[in-house]
Design a protein around this ligand. Structure first.
Ligand code: MG
Length: 709
């Protein structure tokens, strides 16, 4: 394969072209939704990733210059800091900034891809790799417009690091050495979990040096800078040390023989060891060995058995090979060709073996879950592109006319490029991800923010935590990063228990959560048992059914946020509190069925799922069983927009009821416990106990109540 190194101008032109291509594919999403009013807020499309709201809240807090103690804000995180900085200097709205940042930053991947190829003198190959890599399936998914998350640089920065290594190996000049620690440190700062990848990159440079460049001092220098970059010392000290070493290497070359450089390398390694640079690895080993076990009273040894969140998500087991291949390259064939191409590329340019940690991490997806595939995208894109050029070069063996050869090659590579891009562009067209919230819900949160103080709590399921905090600037008990069984239990309990228990628990959990930040206790529930003198957790929970339950001093307002979209996950929410905390055993599963898809069949309504509702006689058929109905309830908004409830009691003894939410065109089939739950009573029926709750905002899609006590 011939070399191709373009002039700087032509190189930049190709780079710009690939960047524009990457943005254009991402624009498809905007084009699909730009007229959907319900996806907009402040005249701009909203973001489509839940976690993004955490960083958005952090950025907003940094811009306003303050935030509340223990509000779980992501202020000062890398993405929030970058966003706040850009918000100050870029003349676009904050919403537009959030929407476009992932697309722009994500598209920066074309830069290191093309730079890597340029280090190999293969500019055209870099261009094709940039086209593919920037829009490859999983990479697209995680850097699409509106996917406002750290993902936007999670691949870009390691690819820049890879380039800095390849470039240094190619040039072997001291002056380029600082690029390596720069990207290594940027990568660590941007994404804390990049630690393992950074270590693996150090490891691969070490192995590469041992195998290919044993005598080459330049590799020792590279390792010295990489190790310094991860040393656990102050940033300023790191920079001074690096600058001193750099200047010494550069201007006092003669002082550094192999022995001295080796000693420096050993010294830096010891520094990393001593300052905890390797601690995460050691901690992992230790974690399996030591377990804490000592206590002074019964509450300290008490263990409650909560429901584990990972029990609700599909086990992160093996994924089908086709899915894996699609995510990395867009198509199984492209993927297989990419692997072959990557091996050929690395055989031709052995420096490409340095990409192995990214390949390896990406291939871990086969065992560890889809989210890793994205790491293999850059090296596989380079592999696919290389194979195209490699195959095109084979025409040289039987096409001898220069012009014909040139044309055949161009045609082959163009067609090949279109073929590998096509499945990925098609995926982008079909991947119609909705925004996290819709406008009506955001209006509710915006209004809530104006009524609630920043120290007030809004109790809701964790899925809504970050967006609630972003739009309403309040505190929450749960969010996308705080949702283990222990913290989910009280919120699940509030949503699915009777109104009195719910009000008591909501107040208790809010006050104890705040207290836990000061008194540093681990479990609200156990601390409550201690303070209320219960030794059996069931007794504490039962005592909450009383209006006389002695609540702690009220320090702030507490709101319940109840959205319609929670309806479908109610049985999952229930799993977290409908259990015996002493044994962890689930109690009887509720009957809860909802549908918008039903058929009128004359004397009965077919609700789907084997459930039929008889129009007369007050009976319900579930599978083969016919059971009497407790009641049939219809909810409907009247002319004034007020919810009206019509109920027909059929059989007082029965445990099962049907609710028809007329304006939602939705049937609910549910048992008595769920019918009496706070969520159903307050959201579906608006039958709230006015001594406990005060309605604050009532809209069809979301309702907010305030605790009176
Ligand atoms: Mg706040």
């Amino acid at each position: 394969m011939q070399n191709s190194k373009l002039s700087a101008v032509n190189f930049l032109a190709l780079l710009a072209l690939s960047f524009i291509f990457s943005l254009s594919v991402r624009y498809i999403w905007i084009n699909q939704f730009k007229d959907v009013e319900s996806f907009k807020w402040n005249n701009e499309l909203m973001i489509n990733t839940n976690d993004g709201y955490a960083y958005a809240e952090g950025a907003r807090d940094m811009l306003q210059g303050f935030h509340q103690e223990n509000d779980l804000s992501y202020a000062d995180s890398s993405l929030s800091t970058t966003t706040a900085f850009l918000a100050k200097i870029v003349p676009i709205s904050f919403e537009t900034l959030l929407l476009w940042m992932p697309a722009i930053f994500g598209s920066f991947l074309v830069i290191p891809l093309m730079l890597i190829a340029r280090s190999l003198n293969q500019d055209y190959m870099g261009f094709v790799a940039a086209l593919l890599g920037s829009i490859a399936w999983s990479y697209y998914n995680r850097t699409m417009i509106g996917y406002y998350d750290t993902d936007m640089l999670v691949i870009v920065l390691p690819t820049f690091l890879l380039w800095s290594l390849i470039f240094n190996v190619a040039e072997q000049k001291n002056r380029y050495l600082p690029l390596i620690p720069l990207f290594l440190m940027l990568n660590s700062w941007w994404y804390g979990q990049s630690y393992s990848l950074n270590m693996a990159m150090i490891g691969i440079v070490f192995i590469y040096a041992m195998v290919f460049e044993r005598k080459n001092l330049f590799f020792h220098k590279m390792l010295i800078f990489m190790l310094l970059a991860i040393a656990g010392i102050f940033l300023w000290l790191k920079i001074i040390l690096m600058a001193a070493l750099f200047l010494a290497f550069h201007f006092k070359k003669e002082l550094f023989n192999s022995k001295i450089i080796f000693y420096i390398l050993v010294g830096v390694s010891l520094l990393v060891l001593a300052t905890g640079g390797f601690t995460p690895i050691l901690a992992q080993i230790k974690g399996y060995v030591f377990r804490e076990a000592y206590a002074s009273d019964i509450y300290e040894t008490m263990k409650l058995n909560y429901f584990a969140v990972n029990q609700t998500v599909r086990e992160a087991g093996q994924i089908p090979f086709e899915t894996f291949a699609n995510r990395i390259s867009g198509h199984t064939v492209t993927f297989l060709l990419s692997v072959i191409g990557y091996v050929l590329l690395s055989l031709r340019y052995r420096v490409m073996w340095l990409a192995l940690p990214m390949v390896g991490l990406g291939f871990l997806a086969l065992k560890g879950g889809l989210r890793f595939t994205v790491y293999a995208v850059p090296p596989m894109a380079l592999g696919a592109s290389y194979l195209l050029f490699f195959m095109a070069s084979k025409f040289e063996t039987f096409v001898f006319n220069d012009t014909t050869l040139r044309n055949v090659k161009i045609a082959f590579i163009s067609l090949g490029t279109v073929a590998i891009l096509y499945p990925n562009v098609k995926h982008a067209q079909e991947y119609k991800v909705p925004t996290v919230f819709n406008q009506e819900e955001v209006k509710v949160l915006d209004a809530l923010g104006k009524k609630a103080g920043r120290e007030d709590y809004v109790v809701s399921w964790w899925d809504y935590g970050y967006p609630i905090r972003y739009y309403a600037d309040v505190k929450t008990l749960l969010d996308g990063g705080k949702h283990i069984g222990k913290v989910n239990f009280p919120v699940s309990f509030v949503l699915l228990n009777d109104q009195i228990s719910a009000a008591n628990m909501a107040r208790l959990d809010v006050e104890y959560t705040e207290k836990s930040y000061k008194d540093l206790f681990d479990s609200n529930l156990i601390q409550e048992m201690k303070d209320y003198n219960f030794t059996d957790v069931e007794d504490l929970l039962v005592s909450m059914q009383s209006t006389n339950f002695a609540l702690p001093q009220k320090t702030r307002d507490v709101f319940l946020y109840l959205p319609n979209r929670m309806m479908s996950i109610l049985p999952t929410v229930d799993l977290f509190s409908n259990l015996d905390l002493k044994t962890g055993a689930q109690k009887a599963r509720p009957l809860f069925y909802t549908t918008n898809n039903f058929k009128d069949a004359g004397d009965k309504i077919l609700l789907g799922g084997g459930i039929e509702l008889f129009k007369s006689g007050g009976k319900l058929k579930i599978g083969a069983q016919t059971i009497p109905l407790h009641e049939f309830v219809v909810t409907q908004y009247n002319q004034q927009g007020k919810l009206e409830i019509k109920r027909q009691v059929m059989n007082a003894e029965s445990q099962y009821s049907v609710i028809f939410m007329k304006n939602y065109n939705q049937f609910l089939v549910l048992d008595k416990r769920l019918e009496n739950s706070t969520y159903i009573k307050l959201f579906v029926l608006e039958e709230y106990d006015s001594s406990l709750y005060e309605p604050v905002i009532l809209t069809p899609l979301a309702k907010v109540y305030k605790l009176k006590k």
